[in-house]
Design a protein. Structure first.
Lengths: 180, 267
């Protein structure tokens, strides 16, 4: 349970940190996202109820801090990020047997892809709202860039979180990973 | 699937449904609440970021000094570092004096604000500033610098406000072009294509034939932005099927904003 609370704290800290990380100008203003990596780690490390709780919390934070209310309309309703996180986390949880067998690379790659999928879904939603659908190379970079960065960061983030799970003796870890 | 999982899914669905049912006003209130909760962290994070930047720039100048004056003694280095620090202070004093002058000669009632965070997400161009309801700030108030229009406030909590930048596609501004009778609507780009964001002045007449460098000002139509605030300068003009469109360069450097003013009314 300590590990679960720690994950919620990390989600909060990561969400605040994202505010202060400048976008990468040399990569089409690509933003760096850390929170999805924590959510996706939670997806493979936690049981379903706790995974949903992390997705719920991260989604609420993301929507509350980024969604735009212009006049009397909300561009993307509060709650859509929760749904996106939950669906993608559910998908990652389905691949937990690989994680249990120690095949982390699949989840690292998928974390990047899922991060991009979140941005892609957001872009589709705002496009339908605003009209004039277009996909330029810049758009693809802004969707794919954060995914690539997330893929690169995933091994380190996963390793740190996994180590913390060990230290806090989290009981849901695979048998062979637990401290004796 | 176990009973616990089913119950968890049902509870999750109920909470999700609750949030999805939020309207604009409830969303704004909820956002303001979350921003207020995180306000201490955002403010201290902003301070920390400034300190790190200062330390980084300080180290950089020391490296340069080392290269240029390898033979100088430690006292000399200290003196140079002090000089550098004083120059930074002088620069800041000049910047604030400039801002204060603007505040005094402006015809608007201006509330000064410091930028805490910028560009938190990929698809929306926003900044947050350290003023809120406690300073009588409300949603849809224009935000400016002495150079021109920055944007308008959207979500306002007790001590923090979110500012939608002019470079965002959702920030629509009624504007007119200097020296002409041309009027149109300025909006930003959905995705920034270059280092400097571009603005677009739409719904101009096909005969407008605007020249590069012509200034664009708010026209006052719409009620949010008062007339006469500089928005940008014309970069290019093109005729489309139904109207004319000008590409503008914003007058304010939106990527390096530090201090802004929120327009709360006229003097």
């Amino acid at each position: 349970m300590i590990f679960f609370v720690l994950l919620l704290v990390f989600v909060t800290l990561a969400q605040i940190t994202e505010f202060f990380i400048p976008p990468l100008g040399w990569l089409y203003n690509t933003h760096i996202y850390i929170v999805p990596l924590i959510v996706f780690y939670a997806a493979v490390a936690l049981p379903i109820p706790l995974m949903l709780a992390v997705a719920l919390y991260a989604g609420i934070l993301l929507d509350a801090l980024t969604v735009q209310v212009i006049g009397s309309k909300v561009e993307i309703s509060l709650g859509w990020s929760i749904l996106l996180y939950a669906v993608l986390a559910g998908f990652m949880h389905g691949l937990r047997p690989l994680f249990v067998r120690g095949r982390w690379e699949v989840h690292c790659l998928l974390s990047g892809i899922c991060t991009s999928l979140i941005l892609f879904a957001q872009y589709l939603m705002i496009t339908f709202r605003r009209g004039s659908v277009f996909f330029s190379p810049q758009v693809w970079w802004q969707i794919g860039g954060p995914g690539l960065i997330a893929m690169l960061m995933a091994p380190l983030v996963f390793w740190i979180l996994h180590w913390l799970a060990h230290v806090t003796a989290f009981p849901y870890l695979p048998e062979r990973d637990r401290f004796e | 699937m176990s009973r616990t999982n089913i119950i968890a899914l049902l509870v999750f669905g109920a909470i999700l449904g609750y949030f999805l049912s939020f309207g604009a006003e409830s969303t704004r209130k909820f956002q303001a609440g979350i921003y207020q909760l995180l306000a201490p962290f955002l403010s201290s994070g902003s301070g920390l970021q400034k300190q790190i930047t200062q330390v980084r720039s300080g180290l950089k100048s020391l490296e340069e000094l080392e290269r240029e004056n390898s033979g100088l003694r430690v006292e000399n280095r200290e003196l140079r570092a002090t000089n550098q620090a004083l120059r930074d202070v002088e620069q800041e004093v000049n910047r604030l004096r400039h801002a204060l002058n603007y505040r005094e000669r402006s015809v608007f009632k201006l509330v000064p604000a410091i930028v805490i965070t910028r560009d938190a997400s990929t698809w929306w161009h926003t900044i947050t500033v350290n003023r809120g309801k406690e300073d009588k700030i409300e949603p849809d108030m224009p935000v400016v610098t002495d150079e021109g229009l920055v944007g308008k406030t959207t979500t306002v909590s007790a001590s923090i406000s979110v500012v939608l930048l002019v470079s965002d596609e959702n920030c629509k501004i009624a504007a007119s072009v200097e020296g002409t009778r041309e009027q149109g609507i300025v909006s930003g780009e959905r995705v920034t294509t270059g280092l400097v964001p571009s603005l677009y002045l739409n719904f101009l007449s096909k005969q407008a034939d605007l020249k590069p460098g012509q200034k664009v000002y708010t026209s006052g139509v719409g009620g949010v932005f008062p007339s006469g605030l500089p928005v940008g300068s014309v970069k290019s003009f093109r005729v489309r099927e139904l109207d004319g469109q000008a590409q503008l360069t914003p007058l304010v450097d939106l990527s390096h904003l530090e201090d802004v003013f929120i327009v709360t009314g006229r003097k």
